[in-house]
Design a protein around this ligand. Structure first.
Ligand SMILES: O=C(O)CCC(=O)C(=O)O
Length: 286
């Protein structure tokens, strides 16, 4: 187990595996992502102006090899994870001169006591498809905020439609805050974070688009409470997700062609019968 990266993840809420991929291993994903971005209607860009884009990879079976890539499985092993399951992922692409991504955290199960424990119920795995820096909109984080209260936790605005559309560019959720930490990466690095960590991005003031694949996984799945597993399965099935209102009628990994489905099937989230899904709750109650 890589002790220092594992302790970075536990203590600071994130870690970076440098040069995990050879750039050519990401070529086909880069092409698929570019193609998906070309098809985006203007209305999608306007609705997700702060994120840049929010394309569900469930619509693209080409992602099967990335989700179950040996590089990621090795990273999970190094972090001491077993039984890691997948729920969802996005192509997030910030156009040149795009605004900052609002401060937020990705966890949705704050009503469950598991949220206040050491076990990490959800990680984000971020694979940027070019180098990033504070100039082209790299990630910024509040180290430690996955386990300790921060004033940004009190905002109810993150994930709202108005904040995604950047209706008020002066909103504090887009601004720099004391204690923020920039996380620039090189093409081929893999950034792993605790979904409870407060994070956002710098604006992209460069002349090139900046693209990211973000994947959500759930380590040590069998140790998670039943209602959390049921909710993870619902997210996987695109049911009741606030950022994916049309999801229920859309593609899921279950509908992927047999060849691609077989690759990712061992990572599908199981769920116990006759258990109600965890209530959707995006705000911590410390
Ligand atoms: O666009 C980025 O760099 C970060 C995206 C993000 O915060 C997320 O996927 O939750």
């Amino acid at each position: 187990m890589n002790k220092s990266l594992k302790s970075d993840l536990n203590e600071r809420g994130f870690c970076v595996f440098e040069k995990a991929f050879h750039p050519e291993e990401l070529d086909s994903i880069r092409q698929t992502s570019r193609q998906a971005l070309k098809l985006l209607p203007v209305s999608h860009r306007e609705k997700n102006k702060s994120q840049g884009s929010l394309i569900l990879i469930a619509n693209y079976p080409e992602f099967s090899r990335l989700i179950a890539h040996q590089v990621l499985l090795n990273i999970f092993k190094k972090l001491g994870f077993s039984d890691t399951r997948f729920s969802s992922g996005y192509i997030i692409s910030k156009p040149e001169r795009g605004p900052a991504l609002f401060w937020h955290q990705d966890w949705w199960g704050w009503g469950n006591s598991i949220s206040y424990k050491d076990q990490i119920p959800q990680i984000f795995v971020m694979i940027y498809l070019q180098d990033t820096s504070t100039k082209n909109g790299c990630l910024r984080v509040i180290p430690g905020s996955h386990r300790t209260p921060h004033s940004l936790h009190d905002s109810n605005n993150a994930h709202s439609e108005s904040i995604s559309r950047v209706e008020n560019p002066e909103d504090p959720l887009y601004q720099s805050v004391d204690g923020e930490h920039a996380v620039p990466v090189q093409y081929g690095d893999v950034l792993v974070g605790d979904a409870r960590l407060i994070h956002g991005t710098f604006p992209n003031v460069a002349d090139d688009e900046r693209t990211l694949i973000t994947l959500w996984f759930h380590p040590n799945y069998s140790n998670l409470p039943g209602p959390i597993q049921v909710r993870i399965h619902e997210i996987f099935m695109r049911k009741g997700v606030d950022t994916d209102p049309d999801g229920l009628d859309s593609m899921t990994l279950l509908n992927w062609p047999e060849e691609e489905k077989k690759i990712v099937e061992p990572m599908f989230p199981a769920h116990p019968p006759n258990v109600t899904a965890e209530v959707w709750d995006r705000n911590p109650h410390w």
